[in-house]
Design a protein around this ligand. Structure first.
Ligand SMILES: [Zn+2]
Length: 267
């Protein structure tokens, strides 16, 4: 099978497998899909930053899964990895778990350039959405920035708003007991799931709806973000894990996948 046909088959499979019926959480079809997408994909997994978000434990959830699916993965605990230009050119995907750090101008330029040129980028919670507060170009790339989680760890619901997209297709609304991320979000990202706030901890946000998961482009690179994953145990919620895995699959196809019409403006 030539590459084009393979890719076509992969994207067909992605649609058929993921959208059909109820959540194929650990079914054989999702396993087949992830193996097809991730096999030989070259991934850089960068972890570090604030320890409260358990970057190490989260690494140990996702890295073994990626390896088992056949990805060739470099795991790094240093932002200096972004400076390795030759290595960066070979990557299909960067997964970053790095909350509240400082990125140097050089490191940041290298990361931005790689994604702009087609490397996918994926991450969750503060590891991607609250990484480098001083760096607005980084936030331009991600499409959002954490600003508050009123009440800390609370009960809340995640609502699936896009049931057509392969990342959230077939999933139902679900409950979380974690931080409910209130984010400032680029209104031109493609929102896949949202959450509604009540007024218990800040009465003026009663009824406010904020995106939880989205996809977007930065240059040629696919960017996927989910705000779920305050601690590693949050991924015990099957839907939270599933959304992240599917988002990773989508972003991993950054160099191969068809450019999607992703803009769904809210106004
Ligand atoms: Zn958190």
């Amino acid at each position: 099978m030539n590459r084009r046909n393979f890719l076509k088959r992969t994207s067909l499979l992605a649609g058929a497998t993921i959208i059909a019926g109820s959540v194929p959480l650990e079914g054989s079809s999702i396993k087949q899909l992830q193996d097809e997408v991730l096999h030989n994909k070259r991934i850089l997994f960068v972890w570090g930053g604030w320890g409260g978000h358990e970057p190490e434990k989260c690494r140990d959830i996702f890295v073994p899964w990626l390896k088992k699916s056949g990805a060739e993965i470099i795991v790094s605990d240093s932002l200096d990895s972004y400076l390795d230009e030759e290595m960066m050119k070979t990557r299909d995907l960067i997964i970053q778990v790095w909350t509240m750090g400082n990125i140097s101008g050089e490191q940041s330029q290298a990361l931005l350039k790689a994604v702009k040129n087609g490397v996918g980028l994926a991450g969750w919670h503060g590891g991607l959405g609250d990484s480098f507060r001083q760096n607005t170009e980084y936030q331009f790339m991600v499409g959002g920035q954490w600003v508050a989680h009123p009440g800390g760890v609370i009960d809340y619901e995640v609502n699936i708003t896009d049931r057509e997209d392969p990342v959230t297709g077939g999933l139902d609304d679900f409950k979380m007991h974690s931080e409910q991320y209130y984010m400032h979000v680029d209104p031109n990202v493609k929102v896949l799931a949202t959450t509604e706030f009540n007024g218990d901890h800040a009465e003026w946000i009663d009824g406010c709806v904020i995106p939880v998961a989205w996809k977007k482009y930065y240059g040629q690179g696919r960017v996927f973000y989910s705000s779920l994953g305050h601690v590693a145990a949050d991924f015990n919620v099957p839907e939270a894990l599933e959304i992240m895995k599917r988002g990773i699959l989508w972003a991993a196809e950054s160099r191969n996948g068809e450019k999607e019409k992703w803009i769904k403006p809210v106004y």
